[in-house]
Design a protein around this ligand. Sequence first.
Ligand code: FEO
Length: 397
Amino acid sequence: MIEAVKTNANIFQVGAKDWDRRLFDELIPLPDGTTYNAYLIKGKDKCALLDTVDPTKGQVLVENLNQLKIERIDYVIVHHAEQDHSGSLPLILEIYKSAKVVTNPKCKEMLMNHLLIPEDKFITVADRETLSLGDKTLEFIYAPWVHWPETMFTYLREDKILFTCDFLGSHLAQSNLFAIDLGKVYTSNKRYYAEIMIPFRASIKQHLEKIKTLEIEIIAPSHGPLFDKPNYILDAYREWAADEVKNEVVIPYISMHGSTAEMVKYLIEALMKRGIIVKPFNLSRTDIGELAMALVDAATIVIGTPTVLVGPHPAAVYAAFLANALRPKLRYASLVGSYGWSGKMPEMVTAMLSNLKIELLPPVIAKGFPKAEEFNALEQLAEAIASKHKNDPLVIK
Ligand code: FEO
């Protein structure tokens, strides 16, 4: 379905909603589906398509362009080479044979590699270069490392619209073009930020700074709802990307025979007694997007795992790998768990957290079921966490 981004402005959303998709990259859960937003801008002299759609939805894009009776596309602006936005580019270039692909040199190289687009199809643009459609001016803004190195934005000067591709977007299919239920949209955007952008927090901060001087009326990402009150999502991103963390402990854990679960249960209450927000995730049934979201703000992570064979449970390995790969703002980490006869598990888990700039607090490990000694150690661990949070200027009280 075609959606007007702005009344009487010749700017249309011509992409596709994917209501039923439940997994991205065969990894990331999509509880609310997703959208692949693509935008058509009809200028007085030239016509530009901003991004395409996932290859599974190419025909939806083509039908939308047909409905608008678009016979000629002069430019296809590509903000990001990942296939959920670029995958229908070969189809579009096949239909609109005179169209040129406008992008930055890095993205050009990636499109040639991934989609085999011929070199003579490209026009490359520099950071802040402009392209006129007659009565509309597109300004290209480099924004590398939204989560790939080639990403960029387009600012449509006359209409004050910033097209941001993945940045400020969300995996949320809804019938409204614009954000309506702000609580829902906040959660979906945070989930998306958590799943792919946490490792690039420094770049995200730079992008926010770079667009600060633009006068923006509409933010139009390539996933999820658009924003006609831009500060809502910009402020949220500023908070997520800031250095400060919250007085929160995330506990991803798994238990086979109940020993680790008993320790986690005790630790949760010991932390709660000290006024700390605790977010436990039983890894046997956790949505990893929820876990990633909790890692955006938390000051501390405590991983809970029993010993399987001679090492941590594979589910705990996955959680440790995820935390290490996402590189969240965490300040402290620890470990609780149990073993039967091999005691090497703690070193194996902590060695997996080498990317994190954390202070490691003494783990609490029980031989078999926890006893008074371990419960006492858990009390001390809760106290140590509370004390660290209290005295750390980066922890918001
Ligand atoms: Fe929505 Fe990074 O692609």
